[in-house]
Design a protein around this ligand. Structure first.
Ligand code: NAI
Length: 697
């Protein structure tokens, strides 16, 4: 049973029981209405308490029902809330731990609400592209005021119950109960059992002294930040409706917005990302109950750009870290960078001095392998050179305790080869972080041929602890993300040769929604990194043609922002990209050498060539089994490469364009003599799906 009914003397208690978070699925909703009916019919019952079993009051809609007929089967959530509100006996919500979305809307339909301190309260619907759909936008402003409610609804962020209880004049919580919540709720229910009329949130007023002016201001602010997403502005409209319309009209207005948003591509993309993230943590041949190893202490080899960022992830999660380097100066520099990073967070008020000190206290440094022997996990982040990696992994194999996980952060080297340097390849795995490693959400978890299932399960679990989105990748050059980006970069280079300026390419793809175009990105990350990789890569793959413009740029010493010049010019201390005449001249000269007459290239072609390059390589990656599913590829691009969220990732975007159309464009590109005809042969999987009228996802 997903909700239970129980009598405590003259009080009926309905307990939602649908683990993990008491999602309001059909059975749970039915349980609530059945319980309410029973309570109404029983003359001995004077009041009703609704609460949640286990870890939540209720986390809202049951996402397992999303898109299924059960989600809207009567009694739907609106009907449940209506029945609660119209109950002729007082209904008290006893709220604890998590009260979100539909859970909060249900509580707002109750006559009274008591709450345990520390409860996370939110209307997070906006995060999946929606407005709350069961009265949240109408009732919340009536109990905590228009501005507070609007902030919560537009951000979707959770607020602690004690903060909400502290709002002057709030009517959200009738009592904060320290100690035993159920005892407190029962006592409260008895106190109010005979009070009439029953208070209903719908009968309160939502008002704002500046009225229309305030909402116009809010709408403008929200529009500027929501950019490509329609839901946040609709949230403003709904809350405004709470102040201008009669309650039932406001409710109908909210419902209409909810249903309209459901059908938008942006909402579908957000839902896709939401489910893709959950899917990414599942590995078909590694069951969820696979035993994992305990990670109590982590060692990091190398205190460079990556090593220091990686270390911070574990310190932030309260896990002790020891960093090993070759020289004391390198250690000092790495630790200095971490300190600077934390100190700037303290300055911005994002971190308390106390927490900063606690984190740094978990960090030790060493030049001696004896000091890392007892670590449960060691992550190598030394120079990207197979000889150096070999030296390090042979040493790790010699010193690390049995059962320790040996991870490499390599971005391009063969993980199987790295594993072969040890006598315990089952313990070796790739943990490919993205720069800055303490900020970027993505973690590519590279599964070697011999990586143990328990090792994989342990790292996937650990990723959650350090708040990363982990995606499993098989072994290949560049893994999922960088292997695809290589094709995107090649196209960007060809576009320059054929007639584009860096600015035109960047602007086109930024208008498509990317956070940054390829050339601005190169200047930020450092063009020398790619230069170094190309020197190795294209020796191994001489058949793969690429534009030499990027090499010529590096030969001019233009590595990007760090050298004050790259694809663009930069004023000292500024990050604004200024088109560079020197670079344009270099491109023109190179073009002439290739004998290419420049042509005018449309933004549409730029976007198609860049994005479909990702799609075609993505399809190959999928076909080869490097990625487990198309949505994993989308996750990599959404969390690691700034692909526009409202488009749902490259594979999903291709699905929405239609794979048939994607293939048609590729065939056209294959005819361009300056492009790579071989590359534009549609991947067999893509060709097949397109022919069958199917999609990736
Ligand atoms: P880095 O050059 O900033 O740092 C490397 C550090 O390793 C240096 O401090 C160096 O002193 C130390 N080191 C070198 N050999 C060592 C040894 N035998 N024992 C102990 N320490 C040693 O390099 P970065 O950028 O941090 O890269 C490290 C690894 O992470 C490479 O494998 C790279 O491919 C990978 N990576 C880099 C990304 C980036 O954006 N920089 C992104 C993802 C992965």
């Amino acid at each position: 049973m997903s909700a239970s009914y129980e009598l405590h003397g003259d009080i009926a208690v309905i307990t939602l029981n649908n683990p993990p978070v008491n999602g309001l699925g059909y059975d749970t909703r039915k349980g609530i209405t059945d319980g309410l009916q029973q309570a109404q019919d029983d003359p001995a019952v004077r009041a009703v308490v609704i609460t949640g079993a286990g870890k939540a009051f209720s986390g809202g809609a049951d996402i397992r029902e999303f898109g299924s007929p059960k989600a809207v089967q009567e009694p739907n959530l609106l009907s449940v809330i209506k029945m609660v509100e119209n109950c002729d006996k007082p209904v008290v919500a006893a709220i604890h731990s998590v009260c979100m979305g539909g859970g909060l809307e249900l509580a707002l339909g109750c006559h009274y609400r008591v709450v345990a301190p520390g409860t996370q309260v939110a209307l997070p619907e906006v995060k999946i592209g929606l407005v709350p759909g069961a009265g949240g936008t109408q009732r919340l402003p009536r109990v905590i005021g228009v501005e507070n409610a609007l902030n919560m609804i537009v951000s979707g962020d959770a607020v602690k119950s004690e903060v909400l209880a502290g709002i002057p004049g709030q009517k959200l919580f009738d009592r904060v109960i320290e100690g035993d919540l159920m005892a407190g709720a029962l006592a409260f229910a008895r106190e109010v059992a005979d009070r009439r009329p029953l208070p209903r949130v719908r009968d309160l007023k939502a008002e704002h002294p500046q009225g229309a002016g305030y909402f116009q201001f809010a709408r403008n602010t929200v529009k500027a930040t929501a950019r490509n997403f329609p839901a946040p502005v609709k949230c403003v409209d709904c809350v405004e409706a709470a102040t201008t319309k009669r309650f039932d009209e406001g409710l109908a207005f909210e419902r209409e917005q909810f249903l309209n948003l459901m059908l938008t591509p942006e909402c579908a993309a957000l839902r896709h990302a939401f489910f893709a993230e959950r899917a990414a943590s599942k590995i078909p041949d590694v069951p969820e109950d696979t035993p994992t190893r305990e990670i109590r202490k982590v060692a990091v080899i190398g205190a460079g750009t990556m090593g220091s960022g990686i270390s911070m992830n574990f310190l932030n999660a309260g896990i002790p870290v020891v960093i090993l380097e070759m020289k004391q100066e390198a250690l000092d520099r790495g630790v200095g960078v971490m300190r600077q990073n934390y100190e700037s967070q303290v300055k911005k008020g994002k971190l308390t001095q106390d927490k900063y000190e606690q984190r740094m206290a978990l960090l030790t440094t060493t030049l001696n392998y004896d000091d890392i022997r007892d670590a449960d996990l060691v992550i190598e982040a030394v120079f990207e050179d197979i000889g150096v990696k070999e030296q390090v992994f042979r040493k790790l194999d010699e010193v690390m305790k049995p059962g320790a996980i040996l991870a490499s952060n390599t971005s391009t080297l063969d993980l199987n080869k790295i594993a072969s340097f040890t006598r315990r390849p089952a313990d070796v795995i790739g943990m490919h972080f993205f720069s800055p490693a303490n900020v970027m959400k993505l973690l590519e978890v590279v599964r070697g041929e011999k990586t143990g299932k328990d090792v994989l399960a342990t790292v996937m679990k650990l990723a959650k602890v350090i708040k990363k989105t982990a995606v499993v990748s098989g072994v290949c050059d560049g893994f999922i993300g960088n292997r695809m980006i290589e094709q995107y970069s090649r196209q960007a280079g060809f576009l320059l040769e054929e007639g584009c300026t860096p600015e035109q390419v960047d602007k086109a793809i930024e208008r498509f929604g990317f956070a940054m175009g390829p050339f601005r990105m190169g200047d930020l990350a450092g063009n020398d990194i790619g230069w170094y990789i190309r020197k190795r890569r294209y020796v191994e793959k001489p058949h793969m043609r690429y534009s030499k413009t990027a090499d010529l740029l590096c030969e001019m010493g233009r590595f990007g922002q760090k050298t004050g010049a790259g694809w663009y010019d930069y004023k000292p201390g500024k990050r604004d990209a200024i088109p560079s005449p020197v670079v344009l001249e270099m491109i023109e000269k190179h073009r002439a050498e290739l004998g290419i007459t420049p042509r005018k290239i449309s933004d549409e072609e730029i976007v198609e060539r860049l994005v479909y390059a990702l799609v075609n390589e993505g399809a190959r990656i999928l076909e080869e089994g490097i990625a487990l599913r198309a949505s994993d590829i989308d996750m990599v691009y959404l969390t690691g490469y700034g692909f526009p969220l409202f488009r749902g990732g490259p594979m999903r975007y291709a699905d929405t364009v239609g794979l048939f159309n994607v293939v048609q464009s590729m065939k056209r590109f294959a005819k361009n003599p300056h492009d790579d005809a071989q590359f534009w042969q549609p991947a067999p999987l893509l060709a097949r799906l397109a022919a069958e009228g199917k999609t990736f996802n």
